[in-house]
Design a protein around this ligand. Structure first.
Ligand code: F6P
Length: 354
């Protein structure tokens, strides 16, 4: 029987979402001869009973397929609002669209909401993890993470040369409110001297001693500090009841102020907050590949009528795990005793007092 399947993207956007859409449409059309419709703006589209026709042909007059390298999502996305308050309208909308199954691409927050709706409405749901934070549990990789890491590494490269030219401590604030994967991966890959993440406590003394040692022992007059937006205040300020939350003041500026006040030498600091630049850009080859494998495998799961599953990247391949298991274990945080933190310590990167 010819199926009609829907696909939506939910939560914060990231590079690689259009690659999933492309793979789903191609495989569902060519292999199974199904119809695929896009749901615009995630649950908002369901509520408004709207669909976007998706076809493997006709993206471009010359035959170029822009979905392979276009950032963002052609379906639009939402990442706020009390969706569950409108649950009954959304369930009615889903029924009206006559879908046989739904593929939802989202982070742990939006997948949780969609999974709850799917349970209420008995939807045939397959989930695909995406988030530049890479904090969805049970998967080594979520779509968007690799591109964001590359974007940050590129920024670190650029900032290193200007920092070195002016003997400055350059502080680079990156995304990651609860998980430090982005800061840790990009900091190691970019050659940072300091990496501060929510999962690992640090002290300003430890940080300043490290910068002093860089200068006095190794004659390095500049330094690169990567700080996650959700890195905690230093231990001393936590004990003093620091009230500076990430929504009130940037962690990058906080660290710059602390560094400036901890040395008798004048330390010239500059702060770059990368912000949503990290969510944009052309998807990396790895993100395209993972997105394509996820999209293709999601269609196959529907063909096998295996629902309530999330695709996960484990040992270099896509496997299906129960959505609920992934949600129960999310967010997946950096292990302070884990290999990458140990590697950072071994390389002489300050990431917290040893
Ligand atoms: O969840 C991904 C994320 O990029 C976070 O790292 C960041 O704090 C947040 O989204 C920003 O979201 P918004 O688009 O709502 O500003």
């Amino acid at each position: 029987m010819k199926k009609r399947i829907g696909i939506l993207t939910s939560g914060g956007d990231c590079p690689g979402l259009n690659c999933v859409i492309r793979a789903v449409v191609s495989h569902a059309t060519l292999t199974y001869n199904w119809e695929v419709v896009g749901i615009p703006y995630a649950t908002q589209g369901l509520l408004e009973q709207k669909t976007v026709p998706l076809s493997i042909h006709g993206w471009d007059l010359r035959g170029i397929d822009p979905l392979i390298n276009m950032g963002g999502t052609i379906l639009g996305s939402i990442n706020k609002g009390d969706t569950l308050a409108s649950a009954s309208e959304i369930l009615t909308g889903y029924e009206a669209l006559g879908l046989d199954a739904l593929i939802a691409v989202g982070g742990d927050g939006s997948l949780k909401i969609i999974h709850e709706l799917a349970t209420l409405g008995n939807w045939h749901l397959v989930a695909i993890p995406k988030t530049i934070d890479n904090d969805v549990a049970l998967t080594e990789r979520s779509i968007g993470f690799d591109t964001a890491v590359n974007t940050i590494v590129d920024a670190i490269n650029r900032l290193t040369f200007t920092a070195a030219s002016h003997d400055r401590v350059m502080i680079i604030e990156v995304m990651g409110r609860t998980a430090g994967h982005l800061a840790l991966h990009s900091g190691i890959a970019g050659g940072a001297d300091v990496i501060l993440i929510p999962e690992v406590p640090y002290t300003i003394k430890g940080l300043c001693d490290h910068l002093t040692q860089l200068r006095d022992r190794w004659q390095r007059k500049f330094a690169i500090v990567v700080v996650a937006e959700g890195a905690n205040p230093c231990l001393d300020d936590l004990e003093n009841g620091d009230s500076c939350t990430t929504s009130k003041c940037g962690r990058g500026q906080y660290i710059a102020d602390q560094i400036a006040s901890c040395s008798s030498n004048l330390v010239d600091t500059r702060v770059s907050v990368l912000g949503h630049i990290q969510r944009g850009g052309i998807p990396s080859a790895l993100d395209r590949l993972i997105a394509t494998v996820y999209g293709k495998t999601a269609v196959d799961l529907i063909a096998q009528e295996k629902y309530d599953q999330m695709l996960a990247w484990q040992n270099g391949q896509a496997v299906a795990v129960p959505i609920q298991d992934a949600l129960d274990k999310s967010p997946s945080l950096v292990n302070p005793q884990g290999e990458l933190v140990q590697i950072a310590h071994s390389l002489g990167i300050y990431i917290g007092d040893n």
